[in-house]
Design a protein around this ligand. Structure first.
Ligand code: GLU
Length: 546
């Protein structure tokens, strides 16, 4: 009996691999087009690192008129979680990172290279495993867990590398007849690669990000098909990325040590290997040390965190781009208004060690991004966010949208737009004083600055409103009146006038306008006071000075 009989006994139903080779032909794309993918396991949790990887992958595909697809790696069926697939796809969609090809919501496939769900590809893996068994390049292994433990103990005693390889294997050289008999007797088995590698030899490989790397050849007879008939990650990677015609594998650098095995699998299967780009993980500074951003310890590791905090997707993407490519920041400085698509992303400009994730910097980027939004965009975003996360705010801005629009429009759309909002959860704090009922309800302390004397404050406020204030003034007139008021009450018209002669005045025009500002808003720091007064209107102003 030969390998063919063994293979037929193990996978009687499997098709010839030529069927799949024809079904999934080379893609008809222009020269240099990158076909790449994001291949998450459905854990129910989308890590910001996954978004980062997808951003890079989609960008590379776009730039080269290639294809970005998502394949769901659900071969570890113990970890399966309900709705996990839609969680991943919805998160990507939320950030405009939807793939060209993937699984649809209803389980059908979008794209011609599916199924994009690994558990539906069992037949395919088995066909390729069968082809290896037929050629004597893979074999059934009957070793129990106890046997494997025993092998490991012996290796440890002998101070040898652990694993299932070379002289330590038990089933690699088992006579075919014996294997057939065991299978017929119903013994349990898995399928292993019969590794042709020699660890005394080195393989050289050029990673697109990490550059030249050198590893010993793989000689481990790794499992390729598990006892449940599903493939291991390694085998599925080779079969899927070959059949889906991936030509650039962009993935986390925890896999870089598996490159020798993966290249070997591509070689025994007769496939052309893809190029690899291994991305370093996003890091965080913790007590002076750098460590990976952790799902367990860091709330910001979850993509859902940004939604809850109300950090807009544009800001998150802009920030990720910042840490992904060292030259992005300077490009952005010179191209403030340009869409991200115009930035040419280069994989070899990605850091080899992990980029540091800095929330302060992200919020700073977010402030700038939000400052470029129109009042309408801000209002719509805040409505969407508050509807889910802050009903008080939602009620406040939804009852008179026209007014809310004016509030968000203060100091927006000009050369130096307001930058006091870095996330939607900040928005309430920045606008609440503009709403009369909230202003009345609030028992916030007035934070007067330099001028604190009650009588002096009353005098300033009364003189201003009795003698100068006119809601219809234009900005220049308004400002000149502030100066006139200052002069009348013994304050300098200009700050520099005061500075030149501090003993000659009680203060300056800035101190006067602060009093008016605090009276009207209870804040010492607000956007432009003139604009605020225009939006508040006469009635509200009168109510506030009483
Ligand atoms: N499912 C693997 C993971 O989540 C995919 C790795 C890859 O991109 O090949 O780590």
């Amino acid at each position: 009996m030969g390998y063919k009989e063994l293979a037929d006994l193990i996978f009687p139903e499997a098709k010839d691999i030529s069927y799949y080779e024809e079904k999934y032909p080379e893609r008809d794309l222009k020269e240099g087009a990158i076909v790449t993918r994001f291949a998450p396991s459905p854990t129910g949790f989308t890590h910001i690192g996954g978004l980062y990887q997808s951003l890079v992958a989609k960008k590379m595909a776009r730039q080269t008129e290639g294809v970005f697809f998502v394949r769901i790696e659900d071969t570890d069926q113990k970890r399966e979680i309900e709705n996990a697939v839609s969680e991943i796809l919805n998160s990507l969609a939320e950030y405009d990172l939807s793939p060209d090809e993937t699984l649809n919501e209803d389980g059908t496939d979008k794209g011609n290279y599916g199924p994009y769900l690994q558990s539906k590809r069992k037949d395919i893996y088995q066909a390729y495993a069968k082809s290896l068994i037929e050629k004597g390049l893979a074999y059934p292994c009957f070793c129990s867990q106890e046997t494997l433990n025993e092998i490991r103990e012996n290796q440890e005693k002998a101070k040898q590398r652990t694993g299932y390889y070379g002289k330590w294997t038990r089933c690699r050289n088992m006579p075919i007849d014996m294997a057939i008999e065991k299978i017929k007797n119903g013994e349990d088995y898995i399928i292993r690669l019969k590794s042709p590698g020699n660890p005394d030899k080195k393989i050289k490989h050029k990673d697109v990000i990490k550059g030249n790397i050198e590893f010993p050849e793989n000689d481990q007879d790794v499992v390729i098909i598990k006892s449940d008939g599903l493939p291991t990650y390694h085998f599925a990677h080779a079969v899927d990325d070959h059949l889906m015609r991936t030509n650039l594998v962009i993935r986390a650098d925890e896999w870089v040590a598996s490159v020798p095995l993966h290249l070997q699998l591509f070689s025994v299967l007769g496939f052309k290997p893809p190029r690899y780009a291994h991305i370093a993980p996003i890091m965080k500074e913790d007590g002076g040390n750098k460590r990976k951003l952790s799902k367990r310890k860091d709330p910001e590791a979850a993509v859902s965190y940004y939604r809850e905090e109300g950090i807009p997707k544009e800001a998150v993407i802009e920030y990720l781009m910042n840490i992904a490519n060292s030259n992005f920041e300077s490009w952005r400085k010179g191209n403030k208004e340009k869409p991200l698509d115009e930035f040419k992303f280069e994989l070899n400009k990605m850091g080899v060690s992990g980029a540091l994730f800095d929330m302060v910097k992200l919020l700073d980027v977010s402030k700038t991004v939000i400052s470029t939004f129109t009042a309408e965009e801000v209002l719509n975003y805040v409505l969407d966010w508050s509807k889910v996360y802050d009903s008080e705010l939602y009620e406040l801005i939804n009852r008179d949208k026209e007014y809310s629009l004016k509030v968000f429009g203060i100091e927006r759309g000009n050369v130096k737009p307001r930058k006091d909002i870095s996330k939607w959860s900040d928005a309430k704090q920045s606008i609440i004083y503009m709403f009369d009922d909230k202003f009345k309800e609030s028992n916030e302390e007035y934070e007067y600055q330099k001028i604190t004397d009650k009588e002096e404050i009353d005098k300033i406020v009364n003189t201003y409103f009795n003698e100068y204030f006119d809601i219809n003034d234009d900005k220049e007139t308004w400002f000149n009146k502030m100066k006139d008021l200052s002069e009348k009450l013994g304050y300098a018209r200009e700050v520099k006038e005061y500075k030149a002669n501090p003993d000659g005045f009680k203060g300056h025009v800035g101190d006067i306008s602060t009093v008016i500002r605090v009276k009207l808003t209870r804040r010492a720091n607000t956007p432009d006071l003139y604009e605020i007064m225009k939006v508040l209107g006469e009635d509200s102003i009168k109510m506030r000075i009483k």
